[in-house]
Ligand binder design. Structure first.
Ligand SMILES: NC(=O)c1ccc[n+]([C@@H]2O[C@H](COP(=O)([O-])OP(=O)(O)OC[C@H]3O[C@@H](n4cnc5c(N)ncnc54)[C@H](OP(=O)(O)O)[C@@H]3O)[C@@H](O)[C@H]2O)c1
Length: 280
């Protein structure tokens, strides 16, 4: 099987790092981005023939453009894009400032859009490729107190990824929305999980969710990032890759609950909600 060239964002830790290491071990070639090339090269030791570490600010389109150009110049082409960089934000909608909310959108949504905009000319020209957009089960169900903005960023990822899939199918490019449940990475550590600058005391349910994630869930997540990395590589080799890829039993359970809940509501209100057309 021909080994591919991958471009992975946010690769100095967590899912991105596990994926990069596994790809290199399996003989693929990888361009990996990080805000800190020092952190990345501390974690990944590999020959330049298979590994290109890139210091990139995904919020700056010029920085992203240079990284894509560097990857193409180094390896000759790019086959698979993984928009993995992202961070969690836990706080009530009333608590989080406009700045805090927009910052989460900038990284989780607009950062990925910068990569897509810069990478697609290459994939479109070569008439092949695969874009993985790492969303979350929180991009499919938002029923968690304290995760409104984070979920909104991931719902946005799901929305544009579905459109992207339809747009680039004619060019032979596949799109997969990766929706993980809880995976044991740095995601819930203080360095990654952001909290509101101004908390409002009355939001007890939000503080409970925040504390549970920071203390009980962190380190006890059921998902193994090594296995997630293996699944992504397997899916990239698949002839008909899925658009929606829920990762982990917890993500599967929550997705099934969400689908069943919506179906139930739809059938209960079908007669009322569909009686909205003009009468002839
Ligand atoms: N772990 C989970 O339970 C879980 C569940 C659902 C979805 N996800 C999603 O999975 C992806 C990977 O997360 P992870 O679990 O691997 O978390 P992680 O260990 O905290 O790693 C996140 C990566 O994203 C990058 N990143 C974080 N904040 C950033 C910022 N402000 N600007 C640019 N890049 C930033 C970092 O890249 P550098 O430091 O190298 O620049 C880092 O390597 C994220 O999109 C996350 O939303 C994770």
């Amino acid at each position: 099987m021909k080994k591919k060239v991958w471009f992975v964002t946010g690769a100095s830790k967590g899912l991105g790092l596990s994926l990069v290491k596994r790809l290199i071990n399996e003989g693929h070639r990888v361009a990996a981005t990080s805000r800190s090339i020092a952190e990345l090269t501390k974690e990944v030791k590999a020959d330049a023939s298979v590994f290109l570490p890139l210091q990139v600010d995904i919020l700056k389109e010029s920085s992203v453009a240079k990284s894509i150009a560097d990857a193409v110049a180094h390896f000759g082409n790019i086959d698979v894009i993984v928009n993995n960089a992202g961070y969690g934000l836990v706080g009530g909608l009333e608590e989080l400032s406009d700045k805090e909310a927009r910052a989460n959108f900038d990284v989780n949504v607009f950062g990925s859009l910068n990569v897509i905009r810069q990478a697609l000319p290459h994939l479109r020209k070569q008439r092949s490729g695969h874009v993985f957009n790492v969303s979350s089960i929180g991009g499919f169900t938002g029923a968690f107190p304290g995760f409104g903005i984070y979920c909104a960023t991931k719902f946005a990822v799901n929305g544009f990824s579905e459109s992207l899939s339809a747009e680039v199918k004619p060019f032979g490019v596949n799109v997969t929305i990766v929706s993980p449940g809880y995976f044991r990475t740095s995601f819930l550590t203080a360095a990654s999980l952001n909290v509101p600058e101004k908390e409002i005391e009355e939001y007890r349910n939000v503080r409970e969710a925040q504390s549970a994630h920071q203390h009980s869930y962190n380190g006890n997540q059921p998902g193994d990032p090594e296995k997630a990395a293996a699944v992504l590589i397997e899916v990239a080799e698949s002839k008909e890759p899925p658009l929606h890829l829920f990762l982990g039993q917890d993500a599967y359970d929550l997705a099934e609950q969400q689908i069943a809940g919506i179906q139930k509501e739809m059938s209960l209100f079908k007669a009322t909600a569909t009686a909205t057309g003009f009468s002839k």
